[in-house]
Design a protein around this ligand. Structure first.
Ligand SMILES: Cc1cc2nc3c(=O)[nH]c(=O)nc-3n(C[C@H](O)[C@H](O)[C@H](O)COP(=O)(O)O)c2cc1C
Length: 302
């Protein structure tokens, strides 16, 4: 028997496999395809203070090496989330990690306070890193802003806090360190890499937003390296995200230093991938002669 349970600060999971925000809807869409009891947890689509219509179409394009998206945080706002999505999400037999994004620091704090009295939420993931919100600020490009948002959210709610960071920075380490110093329980590494697709005949950007975030297997080596780098310097647990599609991918992230992982784009082209990953994981852990996940995490040889 292999013990897959994992602790991320104040958050405990029965296994390290989560599904990434924005790629699993509000979970209703996946009912019948995924056995929720087998997931470590669910992170539904980012919720904002007020409803947002998102970016103009087209919002997604498949490139030769990865998916580009510029959804622009299309969602119905936090009041609708609490009334219509939360009752369903909290009824599911798995851990729920709500994901929020504010337009400014006040909104982050306000949303944390609105969720604080709600039951059924195990943790909050702060989307500090959406690259597609026009006029918005990419909070996690600054260590100071990252720290301030985390401190204010911590003071406003009792939930464990996961800071989801952007890879679109010169060096992610000081930002992850600032998140740790401000009291984040864990960091999610990473959101999408900003990119672009062009129709040269029409001399037009293909996405309505012109730029978008690249995701899928193409970004796995990039995300893996960022997880490994942060793991060398920052003490809080890391949740690896980026191109993960198989049990072997999960093992690579664990060895690099991630304590848990999120499956994202793979949910679009293979909605049952999380189930296959869960199937494979115990055997891979056993192949390394380990009986617990903790023996694998960050075990990359020098
Ligand atoms: C269509 C799409 C929508 C996304 N929406 C969100 C979102 O609402 N909030 C968020 O934190 N991340 C969002 N992401 C980013 C993913 O959660 C994940 O960090 C990223 O795609 C990298 O992982 P992957 O390569 O496994 O997809 C979105 C990604 C995609 C492809």
């Amino acid at each position: 028997m292999v013990d897959l349970s994992v602790r991320l600060g104040r958050l405990s999971l029965s296994n390290p496999v989560l599904v990434a925000s924005g790629t699993f809807g509000y979970a209703r869409e996946m009912e019948g395809l995924v056995d929720f009891t087998r997931l470590g947890g669910i992170i539904p689509k980012t919720v904002t203070r007020l409803p947002r219509i998102g970016n103009p179409p087209p919002r997604t394009i498949e490139t030769a090496s990865g998916m580009l998206n510029a959804i622009g945080l299309d969602n119905d706002g936090i009041d609708y989330f609490i009334q219509h999505h939360l009752p369903y999400l909290r009824s599911l037999p798995t851990v729920l990690i709500a994901n929020i994004a504010g337009k400014n620091e006040d909104e982050f704090e306000e949303m944390a306070a609105l969720l604080a009295p709600q039951s059924g939420i195990a943790a909050l993931e702060l989307n500090l890193s959406c690259p597609n919100v026009s006029g918005g600020v990419d909070f996690a490009t600054s260590p100071d802003v990252t720290a301030r948002v985390i401190r204010r959210v911590r003071a406003a709610c009792p939930f464990p806090i996961i800071a989801k960071l952007t890879p679109n920075v010169t060096d992610i380490v000081p930002i992850a360190q600032a998140a740790a110093d401000a009291g984040a329980d864990a960091v999610s590494l990473v959101n999408t890499f900003v990119g672009m697709a062009i129709d040269w005949r029409r001399r037009r950007a293909i996405l309505g937003n012109k730029t978008g975030g690249l995701s899928g297997p193409a970004i796995k080596p990039l995300a893996l390296r960022l997880v490994w780098r942060v793991a060398q310097h920052v003490k809080i647990p890391i949740i690896g995200v980026g191109g993960i599609a198989t049990g072997e991918d999960v093992m690579e992230f664990l060895v690099a230093g991630a304590s848990a992982v999120q499956l994202g784009t793979v949910n679009f082209y293979d909605p049952t991938a999380s189930m296959r990953v869960m199937e494979a994981l115990p055997e891979y852990v056993a192949q390394l002669g380990a009986t617990r996940l903790s023996e694998i995490i960050g075990s990359l040889q020098p």
